[in-house]
Design a protein around this ligand. Structure first.
Ligand SMILES: C[S@@+](CC[C@H](N)C(=O)[O-])C[C@H]1O[C@@H](n2cnc3c(N)ncnc32)[C@H](O)[C@@H]1O
Length: 203
């Protein structure tokens, strides 16, 4: 935002946390994250989303083993809901910048007996190419990126070899709850237009 007053120009620009700052913040939040998700209804909402997806035939659900990559997996709530509602034999690769979130994800996925691997990496530079994925999923991660298009581009790249569907639509929307989350976590909010614009720019 920029304003001009006479001979003066004033500008205000968002400052995003660095990757190191963000991973430290999530390392500290990891202990209580999963419980908070449950209390706030996110775990239920994730299951409900996948339940609706199940009826769309967008995913090859009848395959014996689905392979998916969850970008910004956190404590694996979105992936666990996927396995529960779509296919319990799913093999999950979880990517995140926070080692503590990944540790919790590993523990919870192991408890649920879901085949998985976790990888500490920035979604903006994913360290793999041929993954033969059936889907790339992501919940509430893109809003942390100063340029969401960078993350979307990488997710599309790793989904390309088999033209896997890219499902990255779970983002924080504009509104009072979104604004409160934004103040606390330094994230951005999306509306339909800004999210579509980020997706369109990746090609
Ligand atoms: C709001 S949490 C969401 C976690 C999980 N998807 C869920 O729904 O509970 C955002 C997650 O994205 C991770 N994250 C943020 N920026 C990232 C990046 N550039 N690359 C990979 N992970 C990132 C954070 O460490 C955190 O675990």
């Amino acid at each position: 935002m920029e304003w001009t007053f006479g001979w003066w120009q004033v500008s205000v620009q968002r400052v995003y946390p660095t990757t190191t700052e963000l991973s430290q913040t999530y390392n500290q939040a990891a202990n209580r994250w999963h419980q908070h998700l449950r209390l706030l209804g996110y775990s239920h909402a994730y299951r409900e989303l996948w339940r609706r997806f199940k009826n769309t035939n967008l995913l090859p659900q009848s395959k014996d083993n689905l392979t998916i990559c969850d970008c910004g997996i956190g404590t694996a709530a979105f992936s666990l809901a996927f396995a529960q509602m779509i296919n319990p034999a799913t093999e999950i690769t979880g990517v995140d910048i926070s080692s503590e979130m990944l540790n919790t994800a590993h523990r919870l996925l192991s408890q649920a007996k879901i085949r998985h691997q976790t990888l500490r990496s920035d979604v903006k530079i994913l360290p793999f190419w041929q993954m033969n994925l059936d889907a790339v999923i992501s919940a509430h991660m893109l809003e942390h990126l100063a340029d969401p298009t960078q993350g979307i581009t990488e997710m599309v790249r790793i989904s390309r070899p088999l033209s896997a569907p890219l499902i990255a639509e779970v983002v924080t929307c504009s509104g009072l709850p979104g604004w409160l989350i934004q103040q606390h976590w330094g994230t951005r909010c999306f509306n339909r237009k800004s999210f579509s614009a980020s997706c369109m720019r990746q090609d």
